[in-house]
Design a binder for this molecule. Structure first.
Ligand code: AMP
Ligand code: MG
Length: 422
């Protein structure tokens, strides 16, 4: 069966564009996302934040040699006395990067450092804290076990095994892992190109004095930041006035030059009246009232080959809808696999929250650790969808699900961190 078109999918029986649950809108969008195909080879440092377009198969055993996990002595397990101390003769040393050339025979041992190659003939390392030195005679405490403190070659990664799979985003740990395999270049997906513009006659650019009723455009700045953090190439098309021919030109230009087009403003009920027919001409777009706050109006579709996200105009709504819908969709388009939503966890809310059931609220919260070591959360204050300071003060969203009503102080709520550590 061919995949559904956006128009077909939006005609499904249980589909209510006037009250679209967050999860359902996400699932709808995800049906239409095909990752980019083109790839590039990059030196590994330049690949930070990019998505692997190939499996990384280890060309060598990691570790490459059987080596010691401890500072101590390497010896033959068969020499260990069944009871009491074992005393052996030291015949040489094996340091990390400077192996012992000979072989360990019965009654012999070799001084060894962490990472040193375990010499031929030996199979066991006794740590120095369990040993007593008397010249070249070394006495080992009872209770040692054959094979202890030895890391086998290939124990971490066997030669030929897959160290990282295609779709993995490269973080600092992946950079180090790839380097540890001796690999200097990797194949990654090309970067995603995202064009965006703001709409509204009231919007002015920085450097222009404000007239009556005018405000500075901030959405292009939050979008710039969120997209750059994700590793996208951005194309900022500026502020477009509420003038249909100008908006249509901007849509055409954006769709022709980018993989994804994002707008802010212009999808609320009144304004959508002229944007809707225009987009119907240019592509296939659905308009929703999402059952969420902030961020009620949202549009998604295709304009030519470009994916289109029409975000609300209010600055906090832009960020909330970006994090709940656009971020994960962009990761899929970037080739990341699997793509998981930003994790949530539970914390105790210290104050009473007002909330109407029937929609999901993303209140801006401040998580902090109490003296008892447990995490608590409180809202940042006024929660209006135009108050960008509420996002700036926040370190998390407090997510109050559809079914939740007013929240009493001391109740456990779901929170989603705004900041990652890797
Ligand atoms: P709209 O969705 O276009 O009706 O806009 C909703 C609210 O968000 C209005 O108060 C707009 O002035 C405001 N708004 C729209 N776009 C922006 C923007 N780019 N920067 C700051 N505020 C905006
Ligand atoms: Mg507007």
């Amino acid at each position: 069966m061919p995949p559904l078109t956006i128009a077909q999918a939006s005609c499904a029986d249980d589909y209510d564009p006037n009250s679209m649950p967050v999860a359902k809108a996400r699932a709808f969008i995800f049906q239409f996302l095909e990752p980019v195909q083109a790839t590039v080879r990059l030196p590994i440092r330049d690949a930070l934040g990019r998505v692997l377009a190939e499996d990384i198969v280890t060309p060598l055993d990691v570790p490459s040699h059987r080596n010691s996990a401890m500072d101590g002595w390497a010896l033959r397990g068969a020499d260990l006395a069944a009871e009491g101390e074992t005393t052996l003769t030291e015949i040489g040393a094996s340091f990390a990067g400077r192996p012992f050339g000979g072989s360990v025979g019965a009654g012999e041992c070799v001084r060894i450092m962490t990472g040193g190659v375990v010499p031929e003939g030996s199979d066991t390392v006794v740590m120095q804290e369990r040993s007593r030195v008397d010249g070249k005679r070394i006495a080992f405490a009872p209770g040692q076990k054959t094979g202890q403190n030895v890391r086998e070659a290939g124990e971490d990664l066997a030669k030929g095994s897959v160290a990282l799979t295609r779709g993995r985003r490269i973080r600092p740990a992946e950079l180090g892992l790839i380097a540890s395999l001796g690999i200097g270049e990797v194949r990654v997906y090309r970067t995603l190109r995202v064009a965006f513009f703001s709409t509204g006659d009231e919007l002015k650019g920085i450097g222009t004095p404000l007239g009556a009723g005018e405000i500075y455009d901030s959405n292009r700045y939050t979008l710039h930041g969120m997209l750059k953090r994700l590793g996208c190439d951005v194309l900022d098309l500026g502020v477009i006035p509420d003038d249909p021919p100008a908006i249509e030109r901007a849509f055409r230009e954006a769709a022709a030059s980018a993989d994804v087009v994002i707008t802010s403003g212009g999808v609320s009920v009144g304004e959508a009246d002229f944007v809707k027919p225009m987009l119907a001409k240019l592509g296939e777009v659905v308009f929703w009232k999402i059952a969420m706050k902030p961020g009620r109006p949202l549009a998604y579709g295709k304009i030519g080959d470009a994916h289109f996200f029409g975000l609300p105009g209010n600055p906090v709504s832009v960020m909330a809808t970006f994090y709940q819908f656009v971020r994960d969709a962009l990761l899929v388009l970037m080739g990341a696999n699997p793509v998981e939503p930003v994790p949530t966890f539970r914390a105790t809310c210290t104050v009473k929250l007002k909330k109407a059931p029937g929609r999901t609220e993303f209140q801006r919260g401040i998580l902090s650790r109490g003296t008892d070591g447990l995490w608590t959360v409180r809202p940042t204050g006024e929660q209006g969808s135009g108050i960008l300071k509420s996002m700036s003060d926040a370190n998390c969203f407090i997510i109050l699900g559809d079914a939740v009503g007013n929240v009493e102080a001391g109740t456990t709520v779901e929170v989603q961190l705004l900041e990652g550590v890797v």
